[in-house]
Structures are given as C-alpha cells and as structure tokens.
Write a protein that binds this ligand. Structure first.
Ligand code: MGD
Ligand code: MGD
Ligand code: SF4
Ligand code: MO
Length: 720
C-alpha cells in the first residue's frame, strides 16, 4: 500500500493535512514542467466528509512544490549570524552535538522537546520515545496543550476516559437537539456543517453558544451570546433550571452516576437572574434553551475552543458534562457530551506520549505498571524513564532558564503561544534551537538548525480524527531531493546519540511497535493494522487485539488465531458503562469564577481570539498558499458599531489593541455580529497584528490550558 503513484496509476486515497475532521480525499499524479505533482480529487465513499472539502484541503498540494517550501537544511553561520544551507550530515551532527553538550553541561532536563498535534501517531510516538529514551529528559510537551486539553481533563474526570467524540460524527444528524458551545464549525470544519443541516432537516434543534453571531450561529434555532469567559456560569444556570423545573433524570442519576448531591448544590447557587447578570444572556433565553434541550428525546452537548481555552476550561467543560449527566443525556444512543478536537491528529497526538505526563496508549507516566509495560516494549529499565515534565506554556516560559536547548517539531509558538512577545524572547534566550518544519516559519527563523521535512502526501502514517477513528494517510509521491521525513530525522539523531536500534524510519514498523506499546492501555490500538484501516474506512479505538501475545501474519489484518474474531473497534463509548472503576460517571461539583483578568477602567473591553475559514493556525502553511492568502490577507479587529462610534473608529481604519502584555495594530472590522463589550482578533499572523502579543497566559490549574479566549484590552485610535 506504500507504493508511490505514477502518472499511470489510479488515485491514492488519503486524508487532508490540516484539521481534525481529516477529510478523505484522493490524489492523482499531475506532474508538470516543475516536476512531480499531485492534484486533489473527491473521495465520496469516505463517510465523514463524503467527498466535500474546504478550500484549505483543496489547495494543500500547492505547498508540495519545491519552490514553496524548505528543501535544504539550514545552519546558523557563526560569522554572519545568518541561516545558510548545509548538507544533512553537517546539520544532524550539529544538532546531535548541541543536544549532547547541553545535556552534559546542564543535565538531561536542560534539553526540551516540543511537539505538535499535527504529527502522525507514528511521529508523536517516536518523538516521545526519543525524548524519554535517547535524551532522557522529562521536559517534553506539545501544542495540543493549547487545544483541547481542558476537555480532555474534564472527560477523564467524569467518564474515566477521554476521546473527543464518544460517537461517530454522523450521529449528530440524528439526535434531537445539539447544544454547540464555542465552535465555529462553519469556518473551522466546513464539511461538518452538513450534519447540522441534516439535523434540522430531521426535525432536530440547534442551540449555539458564542459571543459572536458567526456563520455557525446563523444556523441556530437559538443563539446565546454570553460575555466571553462566562460559560461556566451559563452551564450552571441551565442546570439550575433543569432542577427547578423538575427535568432531571432520576433513574439515570441513580443507576449510572455518582456525586450528584454536591453538583446539584453547586448549581442551585447559580439562580437565573444571577446568571443573566454574569453572562448577559436573558433569563427567557436560558429557559428556552432548557426546554429545547430537555424536550428532545435525545440531545448532545458539543464544545470546542470557546469554553475550553479559559483558565477555568476544565471546570467549564465539567459543568457542561454535568448538564448532560443530570438530564440522562450521556452513555446512551444519540446522546452525550463530545469535544470537537482541532488539529489533524489532535486526538492521536494526545495518546501516544508527546504529552508531559503520558506514555503511549494514553497511559500515565506516573503509573508504575504503565512504566513497566512501555519500558518492556522499549527494552529499557523502567526506572530509567524520566517522570512527568512541565505543561507547554510552562516549558516555553522556562526556555533560556533551566531548559537551554529545544527540539521543536510541528508547532510555531512565536505566533501561536500566549504572551507571544515573552515566548519569543525566551526562545531567543536558548543556547540551542532546532526546528524541523516544512516551511521557514517565524520560529524556524530563530533556530540554530532548521531541518526540512516531508509532508502528508509524501509519507505514510496514521492519524486519529475527532471521532477517535484511526485513519491511514498514504504516500502519493516522493519528497523533493534534500527533504527527509520526521522519522528519518529522529532515527538519524538517535543513531548519532548512541541508539542505533529502536528508531525505525518505516512508518508501518513504528505502528506495529505502537500497537504493542498501547496494548492494554485506555487507547488500545493493538487490534488495528494498516491493512485493516484500509479495508474499513478507519477503525475506532479502543480496539484490542484478540487475546494472544504474538501478532502473526494472519492477525495483521485484525483477525485472531483461528476462531477468535477480531475486535470490531468501538464507534460508541459508554453505552453500557463509563470507563471508571465502578462503571459510573462522576459528577464534579464546580462553581463559577471570574476570568483571570477582568475588565477595568484602564482595560475596559474583552478581547477574544480564534480562527477564520481561509487560514490555518499560525498561518505558517496557509499564508503561503496564494488563493487562501488572497481570501484572508491579514489580521483585523472585529468590533460592534456602538463601540466603534464611541471610539470614533471607522470601518477599515487601523486601531491599536493594548493589553497588559503588549500592543497590536490591525484594521477595524465593524460588525453587528459581536457583543458591544467584546472585540475579536484571529490569531493567524505574526508581526504588528499578532493577536498573541495581547493574550493572557493564565493557566487552567488542571489542564495547563492558557486563557486564549479572554483578556482585558483597550482600543486606541492611532491618531490619538
Ligand atoms: N479555518 C480553520 N479551521 C481550523 C483551524 C484553523 O486555524 N483555521 N484550526 C483547527 C484547530 S487546531 C482547532 S482547535 C479548531 C478550533 O475550532 P473552533 O473552536 O470552532 O475555533 P475558534 O475560532 O478558536 O473558536 C470558536 C468560537 O468560540 C467563540 N468564543 C470566543 N470566546 C468564547 C467564550 O468565552 N465562550 C464561548 N462559548 N465561545 C467563545 C469564538 O467567537 C469562535 O467563534 O479548528 C480547526 N480548524
Ligand atoms: N490567540 C490564540 N492563540 C491560539 C489559539 C487561539 O484560539 N487563540 N489556538 C491554539 C490552538 S487550538 C492550537 S492547536 C495552536 C496551534 O498553533 P501551532 O502550534 O503554531 O500550529 P501550526 O501553525 O499548525 O504549526 C505547525 C507547524 O508545523 C509545521 N508542520 C506541519 N506538519 C508538519 C509535520 O508533519 N512535521 C513537522 N516537523 N512540521 C510540520 C507547519 O509548517 C507549522 O510551521 O495555536 C494555539 N494558539
Ligand atoms: S475541513 Fe479540515 S480536514 Fe476537511 S478539507 Fe478542510 S481543513 Fe481539511
Ligand atoms: Mo487546536
């Protein structure tokens, strides 16, 4: 299956390099005068997107062209201070020497590793293993911490297991009511909008909670527009009304949950008028939401970054889960709580060991049995594995302090990290920075060594989409000369640092090892194989191998020894029991608290941040694609006409947005689609309009999530 397509061969079935929907697409060879190339064709049989793609997916091949990307390693020339081309041996020798020297002088924890949720399972697994086994450092984390970590923590607390959606996305179209909290699906996962349209065609209802009237909110039967950072109060207010109106499911509470009395008491302290005052959502709308949610025979709450990227994101998601549990809308067909993960491998990237506290298979690094199991697969002494390290922002904040060298793979924190000017300063304070990337990102620009790596269409590997469905991306063409894969980079470095075995560069070989490492863990992939994914449109984890130790050829396709059927995978979780020791879901009592930074006389406006359709994340990739960049060429500040009038700001006029962290300048976009007390900036650009110059790195105490969605700012006209 790992054959490279030639001009004559058929379509290669694969998946988009960008978001967590992981749309299926076909690639056909379209070689031209500039060399090998591919073009995207629809793949209607793939069930999640059924042939539909957004503009990012359709244009993804543009970045494969040698002219659009890095094709030669770069090393910093000590004389001129510039990044200059080098051959691979020189570059890798320089990296190995930089990492070794730092570890030898300052200790192993002085070497840090930062990964990404866009990396395939094979890469995330190998990166975690490289950090723990080769570098022996505890200092590894990744950008997924900035993404869905609060939802992951809350799901773990309540259900004993964290998988983005506990059901296939298609179930959304068949439930009775969807309460969509802080997701702008219409721009962030356009093909998924179809399920909301079908929901309404089937008679179901849609409630959207967003401080902005987004393209998604426009689809809703009811749009609640709370002040940013008040979702926790909103969810508690709805739960209060559920109790007051006698809409709890007592049978479900008694049979399938624990801890209701304390959660109920906490909700009762959030009466409707108080919640209206905290959130700005009128009481009649609260009542209408409860009626829509509870009158339906089944309902779902789905959250995305709006409620999650808050310094109380874990408790906030917990409150939405409590609403589901109290109304019996969890662990049942067509009902439940789900998180819409974000990055291409946002789900798998958080399961296989690039997270500070984690071992493959979603095992805990501080669990002695997990350490023994994984150390066994890796052939090392369990006591030699380091312990848990710092969360992403804490790690970035420590750069140039006790972490003096960093290996970065799959993130661009100069643009995407909170309080980015400070993070940039910390990165500059490093003794040694190495960045593996496909383009010369703003962070690569600061590196001592830049390694040019292969892209999605040039290498095979698995990703796990927002449904927990493990998918296979397939190689359709060779990378240009001079480019290596991330696995080859890690293998080459491991060898230079004394580990000649254990770091295979063939993705399928890595996956076979990952299967064994994950066996018996919460995210069990041991029954999944490349062949099986190809045959089944993906396999939902957990999918344990049939009960036998050795995986034989016959079993590679998922079957067990004669007579033992293969595990079918698990599209729907929790229908019989939750993943807690006693099988019951846990209520966590939560109460509202203010944002870390409230508005005041000096900073009277709330800033929230997020995404636009045509740009992806730090923009490192999409800013280099002509059509996308033309559609959304630069940063802006969205503000309500009333606020604009008060400030005397005209549409299109550049304004300064000032927070306690810094100042950003971008043109005003005046629109009635936002609350008058709130402004919005997309975060896709570096430079003067960088939204993250302003954001507050206050962290959620449980998940380590920074408060990207709320900080206090003032708006200034540039002419004073
Ligand atoms: N086009 C595009 N698509 C993407 C991405 C991209 O960069 N560009 N990135 C991918 C990734 S990694 C992710 S994580 C997902 C993110 O997908 P989403 O979560 O849909 O994206 P955001 O725009 O960050 O936030 C969603 C909404 O939250 C609202 N919001 C802001 N503050 C609050 C609040 O306090 N409460 C509530 N309830 N809502 C609030 C914003 O107005 C915004 O409309 O998108 C994925 N898809
Ligand atoms: N203000 C604000 N800031 C935010 C957010 C927000 O809503 N508001 N959202 C946060 C969220 S949810 C996220 S996920 C982060 C994302 O922000 P980042 O972590 O910066 O994510 P990307 O821009 O996708 O960066 C990925 C980098 O890796 C490169 N790359 C892509 N594929 C590969 C690969 O296979 N191998 C290697 N080696 N490199 C690769 C890309 O070219 C790019 O330079 O931003 C966070 N920052
Ligand atoms: S929705 Fe996401 S996965 Fe689908 S084409 Fe767009 S970016 Fe790619
Ligand atoms: Mo994300």
């Amino acid at each position: 299956m790992d054959t490279v397509a030639t001009a004559a061969t058929a379509t290669v079935e694969t998946h988009c390099p960008y978001c967590a929907l992981q749309c299926g697409m076909g690639l056909q060879r379209a070689d031209g005068p500039d060399g090998p190339a591919v073009e995207v064709v629809p793949r209607p049989a793939f069930p999640v997107n059924r042939g539909a793609l957004c503009g990012k997916g359709r244009t993804a091949p543009e970045l494969l062209a040698p002219g659009a990307r890095l094709t030669v390693p770069l090393v910093r020339d000590p004389a001129s201070g510039a990044l200059v081309p080098a051959d691979w041996d020189t570059a890798l020798d320089r990296v190995a020497e930089g990492l070794r020297r730092t570890g030898a002088v300052y200790g192993r924890d002085a070497v840090g590793v930062f990964g990404g949720g866009g990396l395939t399972n094979e890469k995330a697994y190998t990166l975690g293993k490289f950090a723990r086994v080769v570098l022996g450092t505890s200092q590894i984390d990744y950008n997924g911490r900035f993404c869905m970590s609060s939802a992951a923590a809350a799901q773990g607390r309540a259900f004993g297991l964290d998988r983005g959606l506990p059901f296939p996305l298609a179930d959304v179209a068949r439930t009775g009511c969807v309460l969509l909290v802080g997701s702008n699906l219409a721009e962030t996962m356009p093909p998924a909008l179809r399920y909301l349209t079908e929901l309404k065609e089937n008679g179901g209802r849609l409630i959207v909670v967003d401080p902005r009237r987004t393209r998604t909110a426009e689809q809703a039967d009811l749009h609640l527009a709370p002040r940013p950072g008040t979702d926790l109060a909103l969810a508690l207010g709805l739960l209060h009304l559920v109790v007051a109106e006698g809409r709890t499911d007592e049978e479900f509470l008694a049979a399938r949950t624990r801890g209701w009395p304390a959660a109920r008491a906490a909700a009762m302290a959030h009466w409707p008028e108080l919640v209206e005052r905290l959130t700005g959502v009128p009481v009649p709308q609260l009542r209408e939401a409860v009626a829509l949610f509870c009158d339906a025979s089944s309902s779902m709450v789905l959250t995305a970054r709006g409620p999650e990227q808050q310094a109380k994101g874990t408790d906030t998601v917990g409150a939405w889960i409590n609403l589901c549990l109290a109304t019996g809308r969890a662990g049942r067909e067509l009902s439940g709580y789900g998180c819409l993960t974000g990055q291409g491998n946002g789900q798998g990237g958080r399961e296989h060991g690039q997270k500070a506290d984690q071992l493959p298979g979603y095992r805990r690094l501080d669990d002695p049995a997990a350490r023994r199991h994984v150390a066994g697969v890796w052939g090392v002494d369990p006591d030699a594995l380091p312990g848990p390290g710092r969360s992403a922002y804490e790690l970035l904040d420590a750069l140039g302090g006790d972490v003096r060298a960093l290996l970065l793979m799959g993130s661009n924190p100069v643009v995407s990290a909170p309080r980015a000017a400070h993070v940039e300063e910390r990165i500059r304070a490093l003794d040694f920075l190495v960045v593996a990337d496909v383009v010369r990102s703003e962070t690569a620009e600061l590196a001592d060594v830049v390694l040019p790596v292969a892209q999605w269409a040039e290498e095979t590997g698995t990703t796990t989409n927002l449904e927990g469905r493990v998918l296979l991306r397939r190689r359709a063409l060779d990378p240009p000369p001079g480019v290596r894969t991330d696995l080859e980079v890690l293998g080459g470095l491991a060898a230079r640092l004394g580990q000649r075995t254990g770091f295979p560069t063939d993705p399928e070989e890595v996956f076979e090892e990952l299967r064994r490492a994950s066996a018996g863990g919460p995210a069990d992939y041991s029954g999944i194989s490349y062949a099986r994914i190809a045959a089944e449109d993906g396999v939902f984890w957990p999918c344990p191998a049939p009960p036998t130790r050795a995986v034989t050829g016959a079993q590679a396709a998922g079957g067990g020894p004669a007579g033992v059927p293969a595990h079918p995978g698990t599209p729907r979780l929790f229908l019989d029991r939750f993943a807690t020791p006693d099988g019951r879901a846990r209520f966590v009592p939560v109460t509202h608290r203010p944002a870390d930074e409230e508005t005041d006389a000096g900073y009277p406006v709330v800033l929230t941040t997020g995404r636009v359709l045509a740009q992806y994340q730090s923009g490192a990739q999409t800013r280099r694609v002509a059509a996308l960049n033309a559609a959304e060429p630069g940063p802006y500040v969205e503000l309500h006409p009333r606020l604009a009038d008060r400030l005397g700001v005209a549409d299109g006029e550049p304004v300064a947005v000032v927070s306690r962290r810094g100042r950003a300048v971008a043109p005003a976009r005046v629109t009635r689609a936002i609350r008058p007390d709130t402004v919005f900036m997309p975060f896709h650009w570096p430079g003067a309009g960088r939204a993250n110059t302003l954001t507050n790195p206050a962290l959620d105490p449980v998940s380590g999530m920074p408060e990207f969605k709320v900080c206090a700012v003032r708006i200034e006209r540039l002419d004073g």
